[in-house]
Structure formats: C-alpha cells, structure tokens
Design a protein around this ligand. Structure first.
Ligand SMILES: N[C@H](CCC[C@H](N)C(=O)O)C(=O)O
Length: 277
C-alpha cells in the first residue's frame, strides 16, 4: 500500500489515496501502521476517497482503530494532498466527512499548499448531540469528579465530542493521569476528547489535549475550535484567537455573523512510502 506521511502542527497521520488503493479493514490497518515501533508511526490513518456530493471524501481512524467524525489537522493535509498530487487544480475545495461537508481555502506557494483555512461549520452545544449526559441545556463550567478531584468542564462538539477544562499551568498539568479518566468518563457515551487550557490573554490560549482513541497528541484542530468556542462561552477570550498547542499555533475564529468556526493553519508533507499490510 502506497502512503504519504503528513502532519498538521505535529498531529501526524498516514494518508492513503483510496481512489487508487483499497483498504479492506481500515480499523485494523490504522492500529498496525500507527505503532511507532512496529509500524510506520502516526496518530492514525486518513483515507482519501471519491464523493458524490463533494470534491473528495475523508475518513479518519485514530491509532486505536476507532473512526472519528472529523479531524481538523487531517483535513488541512487532505487539501494539500489532493492539490499537490494534482487530483484537483482548485484552491477552494469541498470535503465530505461524517460531520458534513467542509470547505477549504488553500494558500499556494511554488505550486504547493502551505496554509489552509477551513470552515469547520457551527459548533454543537446541545448535550444530547455532543453527546454528554447532563440535565442542562448547555454544559458550561459543569463540575465532574475525576478520582478525588473536581474539574469544571465545558462541552462542545465539532462533529466529534470535546470536554474543555481550564487550568493554571497547562505544561505541568498531569495529563497522563487525568486525560484517560476524562476520555472514558461515563457521562460521555461515545467517549470524549479532553482539552486542558491555560488563558494567556484574551487573544492567546495555550492548550494540551488527550485525544479520544489516540492519547496525548501534539495538536488537535477540532479541539482548538472547541477550546475557542468554550472560552468565548466562559467570557475568557475574544471570538478570534491564537491557540498555542505543543506542535504549533492555529488561528481560530467563531464568526458572529454565520455562527461558523474557521480554523487556519499549515499542512506539511513528511515523506512518501510503501508498506505491505
Ligand atoms: N481523536 C479525535 C479525532 C482526531 C481529532 C484531531 N486530531 C483533530 O485534529 O481534530 C476523535 O476521536 O474525535
């Protein structure tokens, strides 16, 4: 199977052109190739497929084999993949995902995509659609017990579920201990991506993420969007801000006119390869 290793600010995936390749069991393949010792090494697998309703389809699998509805860092790399490999000559393209069709505007330098702005659509705030078990109409700064500690979470879906918690010192936060317990907490029927955020100022947020199905990653695009929305709902930031992640920065805006969230960031190719699966 031919593949391309790419990353979005350090959130790295294996990309396969499934207009040419066939993957019988993507969940098993994702687990196998994601292993950083026995496989290629990645946060998961991304399949690029045809679409009847958009220019292309993206399917994304975490390193544990679970499929996600949407992946922000990956969709930017899908845009780069299809343009740089001349599968399209359009600089504005549509990608079908399990979270709906997303529109990408791509910046080109020397015939290669360098920066991508993605319309991530509207944030989903109703608990039953996130999903999260709650008696409230919206989950903002709600207490949840993890071990002997209480954390206050704000829940947002960008097509995939997120729980956002504010901390004083995110770099030294015990993510390996708290992250997996939040990910699998029984109030999340489909588990959850857990973001932990330190407010730098009203235009700058610093975050780490324990991803559903992948553990800590260097960046999470949908997570950065969820963090911006949650921080606006908590009155902690402006509607456009720099989100600083371990792997790099994203510019996120929650537009008050169309209620859409826009994510702008880079997409990077590492290498092409071939593997027997
Ligand atoms: N682990 C996520 C999918 C990847 C999201 C993240 N890598 C991004 O860039 O949005 C989930 O199961 O919902």
């Amino acid at each position: 199977m031919k593949f391309t290793k790419m990353h979005g600010i350090g959130n790295d995936y294996i990309y396969v052109n499934c207009l040419e390749e066939t993957i019988e069991n993507p969940s098993e393949v994702s687990k196998k190739i994601s292993d950083r010792h026995f496989g290629i090494g990645s946060d998961g697998l991304v399949m690029i497929l045809p679409s009847l309703t958009a220019d292309f389809t993206m399917r994304m699998f975490n390193s544990d084999g679970s499929e996600s509805e949407m992946c922000g860092n990956a969709i930017r790399c899908v845009g780069k993949f299809v343009y740089d490999n001349k599968l399209t000559d359009k600089t504005t393209i549509s990608i079908e995902t399990l979270a709906g069709i997303k529109i990408l505007d791509m910046q080109i330098t020397d015939n290669k995509v360098t920066l991508v702005k993605v319309d991530m659509g509207e944030p989903i705030l109703s608990p039953e659609k996130i999903p999260v078990v709650s008696s409230k109409d919206i989950v903002i700064s709600q207490p949840v017990q993890i071990g002997s500690d209480i954390y206050k979470i704000t829940c947002v879906s960008m097509g995939n579920p997120h729980a956002v918690t504010y901390v004083d010192d995110v770099i030294n936060f015990p993510l390996e201990e708290v992250g997996p317990k939040m990910e699998t907490h029984n109030i999340f029927p489909r588990k959850v991506n857990a973001e932990f955020v330190e407010i730098i100022d009203r235009n700058t947020l610093k975050m780490r993420v324990w991803e559903r199905g992948a553990g800590e990653t260097l960046a999470c695009g949908t997570g950065a969007c969820a963090v911006l929305v949650a921080s606006c709902l908590n009155g902690l930031c402006e509607r456009k801000a720099v989100i600083k992640l371990l792997g790099g920065d994203l510019i996120i805006e929650w537009n008050e006119n169309d209620n859409h969230v826009y994510m702008t960031g880079p997409a990077t190719k590492v290498f092409d390869g071939e593997i027997i699966i």
